[in-house]
Ligand binder design. Sequence first.
Ligand code: BJW
Length: 247
Amino acid sequence: MTDLYRQAAEALKNLTPGVAVTGAGISAESGIPTFRGEGGIWEKYPPDEYATIEAWNANPDKVWKFWMEMFETLSGSEPNPGHRALAELEEQGRIQGVITQNIDNLHQEAGSKKVIEYHGNARYLVTDKFGHRERFDPNIHGGDRAPLSFDGTAMRPDVVMFGEPIPSGAMVESALLAEACKVMLVVGTSAQVYPGARLPMLAHQNGAFIIEANTEETDFTHTITHVFLKGPAGETLPKLLDCLKAI
Ligand code: BJW
């Protein structure tokens, strides 16, 4: 066991409560591309054109085509050992739950019980007018055009686009968990998108020990991170779990 893993394991063992914050990197090994960086979703679908509320309002059918590709990727995905390690950390009482920016439902499928969805969940569609929500079904909703709801408005994925507020419950509960935690595990996020990127900063300001697991360094790594576990989350998180068992 290296010193870094021992430090991280000891923090998770001795400091409670703990919480995890995750981003797209944890699902990369499940076959879901990340947003930024080489091969990222934004390379093919620039966010200004496909991920803002203005883009959706201007041309829902154009944005819908991007979502049809996303739905297909998501439907073929399964949780990986990184997701399962977080579920086990919760089961062991090391973390209270997961605050995820991901929209893929994979933490729940891995067995995590408490999952705060900061940016929504793409398995569902909603309407802006009456807030009607239903599960996406390719047989019902699939096609080239955004499906229409009973009120005649286009149904959209239940995700937070740029320019939209974070769901208030998720926003408040996440801030409370971040403020109160003594250890935070920050996994697979580039720390570029706000207000989610503030959560680790908030935890750090309140004295939490920050463990970061990522394949690349981020703005957190040399500022608020105490221990940086470099590598794919599907490897680093199970290794961390093994170290916890060994100490
Ligand atoms: C691995 C790995 C492996 C790879 N293992 N690691 C303050 C300052 C500046 C700007 C703002 C600010 N406050 C608000 C803003 C504006 C904006 C924003 O943040 N812009 C910045 C980009 C500049 N924020 C918003 O608009 C938010 N809303 C808001 O603030 O509302 C205010 C409001 C109030 C009242 C009324 C109205 C408005 C909303 C943000 C919504 C984000 N939505 C998205 C897309 C959803 C789907 C879609 O529409 O297409 O959510 S954007 C995208 O980024 C997605 C993600 O959840 C989010 C974060 O990305 P993440 O998870 O970090 O992924 P990547 O790809 O960036 O990074 C992957 C990482 O994994 C990398 O570090 C890799 O190294 C690593 N990695 N493989 C471990 N195997």
